[in-house]
Design a protein around this ligand. Sequence first.
Ligand SMILES: Cc1ncc(COP(=O)(O)O)c(C=O)c1O
Length: 353
Amino acid sequence: MTRPAKISINSNNIIQNCKLARQLHGGKLLAVVKANAYGHGDLLVARQLAEYVEGFAVACLEEAVVLREGGITHPIVLLEGPFSALEIPDYLHYQLTPVIHHIDQYAWWSEATSSQGIWLKFDTGMHRLGFQEKEINELFRNNKAQNSIRIDVLMTHFANADSIDPQLVHLPMERFKRVLSEMGIEGSIANSAAIMLHSQLRSNWARPGLMLYGVDPLGRAASEVGLKPVMKLTSEVIALRWIDVGESVGYGSTFTASQPTRVATIACGYADGYPRTAKNGTPVWINGKKLPLIGRVSMDMITVDVTQQADVQLGSQVELWGDNINVAEVAHCSGTLAYELLCHTHRPARINS
Ligand SMILES: Cc1ncc(COP(=O)(O)O)c(C=O)c1O
Protein backbone atom coordinates (compact mmCIF):
# COMPACT_ATOMS: atom_id res chain seq x y z
CA MET A 1 0.00 0.00 0.00
CA THR A 2 1.26 3.51 -0.81
CA ARG A 3 0.93 6.65 1.27
CA PRO A 4 -2.58 8.01 0.68
CA ALA A 5 -1.79 11.76 0.42
CA LYS A 6 -2.38 12.68 -3.22
CA ILE A 7 -2.67 15.66 -5.53
CA SER A 8 -5.15 15.32 -8.39
CA ILE A 9 -5.19 17.81 -11.22
CA ASN A 10 -8.35 18.28 -13.26
CA SER A 11 -6.79 19.50 -16.46
CA ASN A 12 -10.14 20.01 -18.17
CA ASN A 13 -11.00 22.66 -15.62
CA ILE A 14 -7.83 24.57 -16.53
CA ILE A 15 -9.27 25.01 -20.02
CA GLN A 16 -12.63 26.18 -18.65
CA ASN A 17 -10.89 28.77 -16.46
CA CYS A 18 -8.80 29.90 -19.39
CA LYS A 19 -11.93 30.40 -21.48
CA LEU A 20 -13.34 32.58 -18.70
CA ALA A 21 -10.16 34.71 -18.74
CA ARG A 22 -10.54 35.16 -22.49
CA GLN A 23 -14.22 36.02 -22.16
CA LEU A 24 -13.60 38.63 -19.45
CA HIS A 25 -10.50 40.24 -20.93
CA GLY A 26 -10.52 39.60 -24.68
CA GLY A 27 -7.12 40.16 -26.29
CA LYS A 28 -4.22 37.74 -26.12
CA LEU A 29 -3.46 35.51 -23.14
CA LEU A 30 0.00 34.90 -21.69
CA ALA A 31 -0.65 32.01 -19.28
CA VAL A 32 1.55 32.33 -16.19
CA VAL A 33 3.06 28.91 -15.50
CA LYS A 34 6.01 29.84 -13.29
CA ALA A 35 6.73 27.91 -10.07
CA ASN A 36 5.77 24.64 -11.77
CA ALA A 37 2.47 26.24 -12.85
CA TYR A 38 1.72 27.19 -9.24
CA GLY A 39 2.37 23.57 -8.24
CA HIS A 40 0.12 22.05 -10.92
CA GLY A 41 2.87 20.79 -13.26
CA ASP A 42 4.25 23.27 -15.79
CA LEU A 43 4.47 21.04 -18.83
CA LEU A 44 1.11 19.41 -18.13
CA VAL A 45 -0.57 22.82 -17.89
CA ALA A 46 1.26 24.29 -20.88
CA ARG A 47 0.35 21.34 -23.11
CA GLN A 48 -3.25 21.51 -21.94
CA LEU A 49 -3.48 25.24 -22.69
CA ALA A 50 -1.41 25.28 -25.87
CA GLU A 51 -4.35 25.73 -28.22
CA TYR A 52 -6.14 28.24 -25.98
CA VAL A 53 -3.43 30.86 -25.30
CA GLU A 54 -0.96 32.92 -27.30
CA GLY A 55 2.03 32.50 -24.97
CA PHE A 56 3.40 31.48 -21.59
CA ALA A 57 5.18 33.33 -18.79
CA VAL A 58 7.81 31.85 -16.47
CA ALA A 59 10.29 33.22 -13.94
CA CYS A 60 13.59 31.82 -15.16
CA LEU A 61 15.53 30.04 -17.86
CA GLU A 62 15.23 26.60 -16.25
CA GLU A 63 11.44 26.84 -16.35
CA ALA A 64 11.46 28.08 -19.96
CA VAL A 65 13.74 25.25 -21.12
CA VAL A 66 11.38 22.64 -19.63
CA LEU A 67 8.59 24.06 -21.80
CA ARG A 68 10.69 24.33 -24.99
CA GLU A 69 12.18 20.88 -24.63
CA GLY A 70 8.68 19.59 -23.89
CA GLY A 71 7.57 20.77 -27.32
CA ILE A 72 5.97 24.15 -26.54
CA THR A 73 6.55 26.44 -29.54
CA HIS A 74 4.61 29.52 -28.30
CA PRO A 75 6.31 32.74 -27.23
CA ILE A 76 7.73 32.26 -23.72
CA VAL A 77 8.21 35.43 -21.70
CA LEU A 78 10.64 35.39 -18.74
CA LEU A 79 9.15 37.81 -16.23
CA GLU A 80 12.41 38.79 -14.52
CA GLY A 81 14.56 38.68 -17.65
CA PRO A 82 18.18 37.46 -17.65
CA PHE A 83 19.98 37.40 -14.29
CA SER A 84 23.37 37.74 -16.04
CA ALA A 85 24.81 38.21 -19.53
CA LEU A 86 25.82 34.55 -19.46
CA GLU A 87 22.17 33.57 -19.95
CA ILE A 88 21.74 35.48 -23.22
CA PRO A 89 22.98 32.68 -25.56
CA ASP A 90 20.32 30.36 -24.14
CA TYR A 91 17.64 33.01 -24.67
CA LEU A 92 18.69 33.22 -28.31
CA HIS A 93 19.02 29.49 -28.77
CA TYR A 94 15.60 28.70 -27.27
CA GLN A 95 13.92 31.77 -28.80
CA LEU A 96 12.86 33.19 -25.45
CA THR A 97 11.51 36.66 -24.72
CA PRO A 98 12.97 38.52 -21.76
CA VAL A 99 11.22 41.18 -19.76
CA ILE A 100 13.89 43.89 -19.64
CA HIS A 101 13.51 45.84 -16.41
CA HIS A 102 16.92 47.41 -15.80
CA ILE A 103 19.62 49.07 -17.82
CA ASP A 104 22.22 46.29 -17.51
CA GLN A 105 19.81 43.81 -19.09
CA TYR A 106 19.16 46.35 -21.83
CA ALA A 107 22.91 46.57 -22.51
CA TRP A 108 23.38 42.77 -22.55
CA TRP A 109 20.50 42.34 -24.99
CA SER A 110 21.46 45.18 -27.32
CA GLU A 111 24.96 43.73 -27.65
CA ALA A 112 23.50 40.33 -28.53
CA THR A 113 20.64 40.95 -30.98
CA SER A 114 18.44 43.56 -32.57
CA SER A 115 16.07 41.08 -34.17
CA GLN A 116 14.73 38.98 -31.28
CA GLY A 117 12.05 40.97 -29.44
CA ILE A 118 11.69 41.89 -25.78
CA TRP A 119 9.00 43.09 -23.38
CA LEU A 120 9.87 46.33 -21.58
CA LYS A 121 8.82 46.69 -17.94
CA PHE A 122 7.43 49.98 -16.71
CA ASP A 123 7.29 50.64 -12.96
CA THR A 124 3.92 52.39 -12.60
CA GLY A 125 3.95 52.34 -8.79
CA MET A 126 4.67 48.86 -7.45
CA HIS A 127 8.37 49.85 -7.13
CA ARG A 128 9.67 46.33 -7.46
CA LEU A 129 10.87 45.97 -11.07
CA GLY A 130 10.90 48.23 -14.11
CA PHE A 131 11.96 51.61 -15.47
CA GLN A 132 10.40 54.70 -13.93
CA GLU A 133 8.41 57.14 -16.03
CA LYS A 134 11.20 59.70 -16.22
CA GLU A 135 13.69 57.18 -17.68
CA ILE A 136 11.49 54.98 -19.85
CA ASN A 137 10.51 57.60 -22.44
CA GLU A 138 14.13 58.56 -22.99
CA LEU A 139 15.21 54.93 -23.19
CA PHE A 140 12.52 54.24 -25.78
CA ARG A 141 13.43 57.31 -27.87
CA ASN A 142 17.17 56.53 -27.82
CA ASN A 143 16.47 52.93 -28.65
CA LYS A 144 14.38 53.94 -31.65
CA ALA A 145 17.01 56.43 -32.86
CA GLN A 146 19.75 53.81 -32.66
CA ASN A 147 17.58 50.96 -33.93
CA SER A 148 18.99 48.98 -31.05
CA ILE A 149 16.47 46.52 -29.61
CA ARG A 150 13.11 45.28 -30.91
CA ILE A 151 10.63 46.27 -28.19
CA ASP A 152 7.37 44.39 -28.74
CA VAL A 153 5.33 45.04 -25.61
CA LEU A 154 5.24 47.55 -22.75
CA MET A 155 4.18 45.80 -19.56
CA THR A 156 3.47 46.74 -15.99
CA HIS A 157 2.25 44.97 -12.85
CA PHE A 158 -0.07 46.61 -10.34
CA ALA A 159 0.32 46.55 -6.57
CA ASN A 160 -3.42 46.73 -5.89
CA ALA A 161 -5.23 44.99 -8.71
CA ASP A 162 -6.95 42.83 -6.08
CA SER A 163 -8.59 45.87 -4.51
CA ILE A 164 -12.14 46.60 -5.57
CA ASP A 165 -11.41 50.32 -5.13
CA PRO A 166 -10.95 51.69 -8.68
CA GLN A 167 -8.95 54.65 -7.28
CA LEU A 168 -6.09 52.32 -6.37
CA VAL A 169 -5.55 51.35 -9.99
CA HIS A 170 -6.37 54.75 -11.48
CA LEU A 171 -2.99 56.48 -11.06
CA PRO A 172 -0.82 53.60 -12.33
CA MET A 173 -3.24 53.11 -15.22
CA GLU A 174 -2.98 56.79 -16.19
CA ARG A 175 0.83 56.56 -16.10
CA PHE A 176 0.74 53.44 -18.25
CA LYS A 177 -1.61 54.92 -20.84
CA ARG A 178 0.49 58.09 -21.09
CA VAL A 179 3.71 56.19 -21.81
CA LEU A 180 2.13 53.57 -24.06
CA SER A 181 0.54 56.19 -26.28
CA GLU A 182 4.01 57.73 -26.91
CA MET A 183 5.43 54.35 -27.89
CA GLY A 184 2.69 52.97 -30.11
CA ILE A 185 3.43 49.33 -29.26
CA GLU A 186 1.35 46.61 -27.58
CA GLY A 187 0.63 46.75 -23.84
CA SER A 188 0.19 44.21 -21.04
CA ILE A 189 -1.27 44.98 -17.62
CA ALA A 190 -3.75 42.52 -16.20
CA ASN A 191 -3.12 39.61 -13.85
CA SER A 192 -6.05 37.49 -12.60
CA ALA A 193 -7.36 40.10 -10.18
CA ALA A 194 -7.29 42.82 -12.83
CA ILE A 195 -9.03 40.53 -15.33
CA MET A 196 -11.75 39.66 -12.84
CA LEU A 197 -12.28 43.04 -11.18
CA HIS A 198 -11.20 45.90 -13.43
CA SER A 199 -12.47 45.91 -16.98
CA GLN A 200 -10.73 49.29 -17.48
CA LEU A 201 -7.37 47.49 -17.32
CA ARG A 202 -7.79 45.75 -20.67
CA SER A 203 -4.79 45.77 -22.97
CA ASN A 204 -3.37 43.67 -25.79
CA TRP A 205 -2.01 40.92 -23.55
CA ALA A 206 -3.44 39.66 -20.25
CA ARG A 207 -1.26 37.59 -17.90
CA PRO A 208 -3.56 35.29 -15.89
CA GLY A 209 -2.04 32.97 -13.31
CA LEU A 210 -4.13 32.13 -10.26
CA MET A 211 -7.50 32.15 -12.01
CA LEU A 212 -6.32 29.49 -14.49
CA TYR A 213 -5.96 27.21 -11.48
CA GLY A 214 -9.54 27.90 -10.43
CA VAL A 215 -8.79 30.16 -7.48
CA ASP A 216 -10.34 33.57 -7.02
CA PRO A 217 -7.77 36.24 -6.08
CA LEU A 218 -10.27 37.63 -3.54
CA GLY A 219 -10.81 34.22 -1.93
CA ARG A 220 -14.46 33.85 -2.96
CA ALA A 221 -15.76 30.34 -3.68
CA ALA A 222 -14.82 29.29 -7.22
CA SER A 223 -18.46 28.54 -8.09
CA GLU A 224 -19.48 32.09 -7.07
CA VAL A 225 -17.22 33.62 -9.71
CA GLY A 226 -17.48 31.07 -12.52
CA LEU A 227 -14.15 29.30 -11.84
CA LYS A 228 -13.52 25.58 -11.48
CA PRO A 229 -11.00 24.26 -8.93
CA VAL A 230 -8.14 22.42 -10.59
CA MET A 231 -6.03 20.98 -7.75
CA LYS A 232 -7.38 18.60 -5.15
CA LEU A 233 -5.28 17.57 -2.11
CA THR A 234 -6.74 14.40 -0.61
CA SER A 235 -5.78 11.67 1.83
CA GLU A 236 -7.30 9.12 4.21
CA VAL A 237 -8.05 8.60 7.88
CA ILE A 238 -5.28 6.36 9.28
CA ALA A 239 -6.22 6.31 13.01
CA LEU A 240 -9.23 7.04 15.25
CA ARG A 241 -9.64 7.40 19.02
CA TRP A 242 -11.88 8.91 21.70
CA ILE A 243 -10.27 11.29 24.16
CA ASP A 244 -11.69 12.44 27.50
CA VAL A 245 -12.44 15.95 28.66
CA GLY A 246 -9.18 17.70 29.59
CA GLU A 247 -7.01 15.58 27.24
CA SER A 248 -5.03 17.40 24.55
CA VAL A 249 -4.07 16.62 20.93
CA GLY A 250 -0.77 16.96 19.07
CA TYR A 251 2.54 18.78 19.60
CA GLY A 252 2.36 21.58 22.12
CA SER A 253 -1.13 20.47 23.25
CA THR A 254 -2.78 23.39 21.45
CA PHE A 255 -6.25 21.78 21.57
CA THR A 256 -7.81 20.49 24.78
CA ALA A 257 -11.12 18.61 24.71
CA SER A 258 -14.01 20.29 26.53
CA GLN A 259 -16.23 17.24 25.84
CA PRO A 260 -15.50 13.60 24.95
CA THR A 261 -14.00 13.97 21.47
CA ARG A 262 -13.46 11.52 18.62
CA VAL A 263 -10.17 12.32 16.91
CA ALA A 264 -9.29 11.22 13.36
CA THR A 265 -5.66 11.25 12.28
CA ILE A 266 -5.12 11.98 8.57
CA ALA A 267 -1.98 11.16 6.56
CA CYS A 268 -1.16 14.67 5.34
CA GLY A 269 1.07 17.31 6.92
CA TYR A 270 3.33 20.20 6.18
CA ALA A 271 5.76 18.04 4.19
CA ASP A 272 2.86 17.47 1.79
CA GLY A 273 2.22 21.21 1.48
CA TYR A 274 -0.54 21.48 4.11
CA PRO A 275 0.27 24.67 6.06
CA ARG A 276 1.79 24.17 9.49
CA THR A 277 0.18 27.42 10.65
CA ALA A 278 -3.40 26.17 10.04
CA LYS A 279 -5.42 27.04 13.15
CA ASN A 280 -7.81 24.94 15.19
CA GLY A 281 -11.09 25.01 13.25
CA THR A 282 -9.61 25.03 9.73
CA PRO A 283 -12.18 23.07 7.67
CA VAL A 284 -11.42 19.54 6.47
CA TRP A 285 -13.89 17.59 4.28
CA ILE A 286 -14.67 14.05 5.43
CA ASN A 287 -17.66 11.97 4.34
CA GLY A 288 -19.58 14.91 2.93
CA LYS A 289 -19.07 17.30 5.84
CA LYS A 290 -16.73 20.16 6.83
CA LEU A 291 -15.08 19.18 10.12
CA PRO A 292 -12.62 21.17 12.23
CA LEU A 293 -8.87 20.63 12.36
CA ILE A 294 -7.70 20.30 15.98
CA GLY A 295 -4.16 20.41 17.31
CA ARG A 296 -0.97 21.37 15.51
CA VAL A 297 -0.20 20.25 11.97
CA SER A 298 2.71 17.75 12.03
CA MET A 299 5.12 16.91 9.24
CA ASP A 300 3.00 14.08 7.79
CA MET A 301 -0.24 14.14 9.80
CA ILE A 302 -3.12 16.30 10.96
CA THR A 303 -5.86 15.61 13.49
CA VAL A 304 -9.56 16.39 13.04
CA ASP A 305 -12.54 16.41 15.41
CA VAL A 306 -14.97 13.88 13.91
CA THR A 307 -17.26 13.62 16.95
CA GLN A 308 -20.22 14.84 14.87
CA GLN A 309 -19.60 12.39 12.02
CA ALA A 310 -20.21 8.86 13.28
CA ASP A 311 -19.60 7.21 9.91
CA VAL A 312 -15.91 8.20 9.75
CA GLN A 313 -13.77 5.04 9.71
CA LEU A 314 -10.21 3.97 9.02
CA GLY A 315 -9.71 4.60 5.31
CA SER A 316 -12.41 7.31 5.04
CA GLN A 317 -11.56 9.71 2.21
CA VAL A 318 -10.49 13.21 3.18
CA GLU A 319 -10.26 16.39 1.08
CA LEU A 320 -7.87 19.02 2.41
CA TRP A 321 -8.72 21.35 -0.48
CA GLY A 322 -10.41 20.97 -3.85
CA ASP A 323 -14.06 20.97 -4.91
CA ASN A 324 -15.49 21.19 -1.37
CA ILE A 325 -12.83 23.04 0.59
CA ASN A 326 -11.65 26.32 -0.93
CA VAL A 327 -7.84 26.46 -0.80
CA ALA A 328 -8.20 30.19 -0.15
CA GLU A 329 -10.14 29.40 3.06
CA VAL A 330 -7.39 27.06 4.27
CA ALA A 331 -4.87 29.78 3.41
CA HIS A 332 -6.89 32.36 5.31
CA CYS A 333 -7.00 30.10 8.40
CA SER A 334 -3.21 29.78 8.10
CA GLY A 335 -2.32 33.47 7.69
CA THR A 336 -1.24 33.12 4.07
CA LEU A 337 -2.54 33.11 0.50
CA ALA A 338 -3.71 30.34 -1.81
CA TYR A 339 -0.70 31.12 -4.05
CA GLU A 340 1.70 29.89 -1.37
CA LEU A 341 -0.23 26.71 -0.60
CA LEU A 342 -0.53 25.68 -4.24
CA CYS A 343 3.19 26.26 -4.90
CA HIS A 344 4.27 24.21 -1.88
CA THR A 345 2.83 20.86 -2.89
CA HIS A 346 5.86 18.78 -3.80
CA ARG A 347 5.58 15.41 -2.14
CA PRO A 348 2.10 13.91 -2.66
CA ALA A 349 1.72 11.47 -5.56
CA ARG A 350 0.01 13.08 -8.55
CA ILE A 351 -2.97 11.94 -10.56
CA ASN A 352 -3.98 13.84 -13.68
CA SER A 353 -7.42 13.64 -15.20
C1 LIG B 1 4.46 40.01 -13.62
C2 LIG B 1 3.34 39.07 -13.33
N1 LIG B 1 2.28 39.02 -14.13
C3 LIG B 1 1.25 38.17 -13.90
C4 LIG B 1 1.26 37.34 -12.80
C5 LIG B 1 0.08 36.44 -12.55
O1 LIG B 1 -0.60 36.88 -11.42
P1 LIG B 1 -1.90 36.12 -10.88
O2 LIG B 1 -1.47 34.76 -10.49
O3 LIG B 1 -2.32 36.94 -9.72
O4 LIG B 1 -2.86 36.10 -12.00
C6 LIG B 1 2.35 37.36 -11.93
C7 LIG B 1 2.34 36.49 -10.75
O5 LIG B 1 3.01 36.62 -9.78
C8 LIG B 1 3.42 38.25 -12.20
O6 LIG B 1 4.49 38.31 -11.39
